[in-house]
Design a protein around this ligand. Structure first.
Ligand code: PGA
Length: 254
């Protein structure tokens, strides 16, 4: 199978960290400085909303800002919510949608689909997170991941597929000590590619597939060695610039 030449991708999901804007600026500036020789990989930093404004001068052609979530309506009486159009003014280019920590507080595949479409309508890229809670021996997780993708991408126009990234994150590996075994990530990346081909045909090649869950500078190389992965979604280690930059170098050199 020939993969279309598209940029690789490393996304840092900072979650509810760090505790101040000045720390956020230090992390982002250190990462930015370390990207001097990076040409083939896009790097996305996803800080908490409240730091987006303070970091909105950061984006370059390689470094992007992302958000961790948003609400699908453009405006209105939705106390506590933030719309995708509001995010866009801070040069936010990507939004993580359907992270397992959002699914855990009640986000359904249907809500996630509305959000994916709103992100794309706003001209940003949706990073749709999918993944099973249990990697059972019967393979039930395959149907679950398939369904998450089918519903999450329902009514997404084939013309907009370069605005879609699938982040495969087995829930049990997120925040865990060890990542999924490289051979299993390889198998899942092939499976996800197949599901995308079933839905979108050859145009599915524009969709990037990345892996997340306990990625470190030490395991990144083995995980990305095989399979159809375009990069990683990194949690904890995205807050440590040195480690994060090492992961980016692995992806760049693949
Ligand atoms: P982790 O988190 O890298 O800390 O396991 C990944 C994620 O939640 O996206």
């Amino acid at each position: 199978m020939v993969m279309k030449k598209i940029k690789k991708l490393v996304v840092g999901n900072w979650k509810m960290n760090p505790t101040s804007l000045s720390e956020a600026k230090t992390i982002a500036t250190t990462v930015k400085r370390g990207l001097r020789n990076i040409k083939k990989t896009q790097v996305v930093l996803c800080p908490p909303y409240v730091y987006l404004s303070g970091l909105s001068h950061m984006p370059t052609t390689i470094l992007f800002l992302g958000a961790q979530n948003a609400f699908h309506e453009p405006s209105g009486s939705y106390t506590g919510e933030i719309s995708f159009s509001q995010l866009h003014q801070f040069k936010t280019g990507f939004v993580i949608i359907g992270h397992s920590e959002r699914r855990a507080v009640g986000e359904t595949d249907e809500v996630i689909n509305k959000k994916v479409r709103s992100v794309i309508d706003e001209g940003m890229t949706a990073i749709l997170c999918v993944g099973e809670k249990i990697h059972d021996v019967h393979g039930d997780y395959l149907a679950l991941v398939r369904q998450q993708i089918i519903t999450g991408l329902r009514d997404v126009s084939k013309k907009m597929l370069d605005h879609v990234v699938i982040a495969y994150e087995p829930v049990w590996a997120i925040g865990a000590k060890d990542a999924m075994a490289p051979a299993d990530v390889h198998e899942m990346s092939i499976y996800i590619k197949k599901v995308l081909k079933d839905i979108f045909g050859v145009l599915a090649d524009s969709i990037r597939v990345i892996y997340g869950g306990a990625v470190t500078e030490f395991n990144a190389k083995d995980i990305i060695a095989d399979g159809f992965l375009h990069g990683f979604l990194v949690g904890r280690d995205s807050l440590k610039p040195k480690s994060f930059l090492e992961i980016i170098k692995v992806v760049e050199g693949k």
